[in-house]
Design a protein around this ligand. Sequence first.
Ligand code: EPU
Length: 333
Amino acid sequence: MTQTNVSLKNYNTFGIDVTSAFFSEITSEDQLISLLHELKNKPFRVLGGGSNVLLTANYEGHTLIMKNKGIEIVEETDEEVVVEIQAGVDWHQLVLWSLEQDYGGIENLALIPGSVGAAPIQNIGAYGVELKSVFQSCRAIDLETLTHKVFYKEECEFGYRTSIFKTRLKGKIILTAITLRLKKKPHQTKTNYGALQDALKGKQHTIQNVAAAVMDIRSSKLPDPKKIGNSGSFFKNPILSIKLFEEIQKRFKKIPFYPEGHDRVKIPAGWLIENSGFKGKRVGNVGCHEKQALVLVNYGEATGTEVLKHAELIQKEVLERFNIPLEMEVNLL
Ligand code: EPU
């Protein structure tokens, strides 16, 4: 059913209060296709869990929210299962389901806010694991032909916080379901991320313990969007050539870095922001979180434009100080 003039405050984790002139919750692919037929040549956009967007203005078009649910095993061997999950399932609920079934592969991705349908778009990742490591395929509606398409992993062009759905196919398809390849016992967990290793000291590396450790780390330093509006990391961690990095390192000896392939390094944007003086600092209704400078927060009444202005100020200061441009990770709408 279509609603009119709906506040989107509860549909974005930043808690920005803008309206959408038209609004529908989508509970099945058939419903989506018939609505898209009605919307031909009219403006519309899709929100998943609203956990990676910054809404900067009221929208005159139609906002669609994916609410199609369902988790189904579609293939099974002694070693693994292939699971199809509908786009409207909450990502963390899927992780909890996999832990109950004892299927490994996504335990490091516990507590990431957002929906399953949004996960491939930015190839969600945390604590040394990215979605692409378990991803098999996804189903989507092609917005030109309004028919189904399947995209296999090789076609998705997954990279660090990116995929073909964020680049060439942006605005051209709507993801409706994904399939993941999850492992049965014995599990091979990935626990080399520093903070995770520490949290697991003296414990068995079962997928349940790994997920519990990830949840502890996340809740100790990332603000809960239900209490304080935010979209997780606001910027990507910049990746630089070794040559440029070495020049910067001469001036900033303590700058942390992680090798990325053989000729590039990744720099934590949180360090650059903290060392530009923004950590824990509040300006009006917005600021950088006190425990993780990379997370911009809404103290309650911020507008999207205020958040954006603060983000641009951070970009300017970091560029002036370190000569490193910061790219936004969240999508501006
Ligand atoms: N750091 C600081 N000050 C800060 C924050 C970080 O100096 O205020 C430095 C420290 O050196 C720290 C390092 O940055 O050791 C890394 O920090 P952290 O482990 O918190 O990870 P991150 O690189 O800031 C990335 C992801 C997160 C993900 C974590 C854990 C991006 C943009 N962010 O953050 O993902 O949870 O690693 O794997 O890649 C998200 O995408 O929304 C997100 C939260």
